[in-house]
Design a protein around this ligand. Structure first.
Ligand code: AMP
Ligand code: MG
Length: 403
């Protein structure tokens, strides 16, 4: 039996980031940067108006009301640099460059315009008001996104803003899912009382896609050595990461470990001191392929996916190790108890209270209880050796969804 931290170290030691490739911005969502993204110039590149109004010399508007002559106009996108002198101002619009002679902008709401070429300013102006200074957000060559950053919507906006239209990113792992079990039927098939519908397959395909690693392939195989071996060989032919559910324990029909060996895989750990999900298996194969064996019960599958599989996918895709397994630290809304000494994962939901976000454990009938799982936002971690925690205790919470 492997300790969870040792399994983690083994896993992280075996997954090395995939090759670097340039990627067009519109295909970069969910990728991880393999380069830092720098400011290609000062941001903003010039002093800019932050309001629609009038660019003035603050000294002219030391007291109010004051009437100035309007001697020009600068709209956003205009390269005009109209000169102004004592008693003069320029009509200006948000995002336009402030003329070199002006040092304040008075917003249009604080003015009245008695004539087309004159404006009365109703409030005194302070030097610098309503001007975004050149370089105020960032200076040329400042690092705006570090290497390893995830390219989400706002990060993509930053790339676009600095003209980084084909950033270097890491290749994304391709995932294949194999569900196993003689009892499995496809969701659309009739099921006898001795059979179940395959829910792990759709769940894993969706979980992989939800975190930006789709589309994954998915097949089901019976508890038959040859059938499993064929499915695994085919999966290893196309995918970087193969996820097998079921058949990974120690029963007569748990053939997956032997099938992995037969396919040339090297098992790096099998059996992790955690509940649920103890039979966890991780193996490496030729050409940098990796294989995860996840015990068949749905909550065990989810636990293994979020503890090991998703962090490995993120790490392969270039996410730094420290960021590839997300965790929240939250107080418990109600106390929890566990049986046994190993690390426990309790399905939990996030509850907003007046004091902030808390985690509440969801009553469940064990790792087969997908119905309880469907009410959860993630898992509450109860450390090894701890059998009860009171309300208010700070726990680690593994979220199942993107944060
Ligand atoms: P196993 O790990 O193969 O012993 O399976 C453990 C439990 O998970 C058994 O009750 C299986 O019926 C159930 N199970 C296995 N595969 C699936 C699946 N794809 N969808 C739902 N339940 C499954
Ligand atoms: Mg089985």
């Amino acid at each position: 039996m492997t300790e969870p931290n040792d399994a983690w170290r083994t896993l992280m030691g075996c997954v090395t980031p995939l090759p670097v490739e340039p990627c067009a911005l519109d295909r970069c969502l969910y990728r991880f940067l393999a380069q830092p993204v720098l400011a290609d110039r000062d941001i903003p590149a010039a002093d800019r108006a932050a309001m629609d109004g009038y660019a003035v010399r603050a000294d002219d508007v030391a007291s109010a009301p004051t009437t100035l002559r309007v001697v020009g106009e600068v709209a956003a996108g205009s390269a005009a640099r109209p000169a102004l002198t004592c008693g003069q101002c320029v009509r200006i619009f948000t995002g336009a460059n402030v003329p070199p002679d002006a040092d304040a902008v008075v917003m249009v709401e604080d003015t009245t315009a008695p004539f087309d070429d004159a404006v009365t300013l109703l409030k005194p102006a302070q030097r610098g008001q309503h001007i975004l200074r050149r370089g105020e957000n960032a200076r040329l060559d400042d690092v705006l996104l570090p290497q390893g950053a995830a390219l989400d919507a706002v990060a993509l906006a930053v790339c676009a803003a600095v003209g980084c239209v084909e950033p270097l990113v890491r290749a994304r792992p391709r995932v294949a899912v194999i569900t196993t079990g003689a009892e499995l039927k496809q969701p659309e098939e009739r099921v006898g009382v001795h059979e179940i519908r395959d829910s792990n397959g759709p769940m894993l395909v969706a979980a992989v896609a939800e975190h930006g690693f789709g589309p994954a392939t998915c097949v089901s195989a019976s508890d038959d050595f040859k059938e499993l071996l064929l499915a695994l060989r085919q999966a290893l032919g196309t995918a970087t990461v193969v996820l097998v559910t079921g058949g990974v324990s120690v029963g007569k029909y748990d053939l997956v470990p032997d099938v992995i060996r037969e396919a040339g895989g090297t098992i790096r750990y099998h059996g992790v001191a955690m509940k649920p999900g103890k039979p966890q298996l991780f193996a490496t194969a030729e050409n940098g392929r990796t294989i995860f064996g996840l015990p068949g019960n749905p909550l065990s599958v989810l636990t293994g996916f979020h503890e090991f599989v998703l962090p490995a996918l993120r790490s392969l895709a270039g996410c730094p190790e420290t960021a590839c397994r997300r965790v929240l630290r939250l107080p418990l809304l109600t106390g929890v108890t566990t049986k046994g000494r190993q690390l426990h994962f309790l399905p939990g939901r996030l509850v907003q209270t007046a004091g902030g976000t808390t985690a509440e454990s969801i009553p469940n009938a064990g790792s087969a209880d997908l119905v309880a799982g469907s009410k959860a936002d993630g898992m509450i971690l109860v450390p090894a050796g701890v059998s009860s925690l009171p309300a208010g205790a700070i726990v680690e919470f593994r979220p199942w969804r993107l944060l």
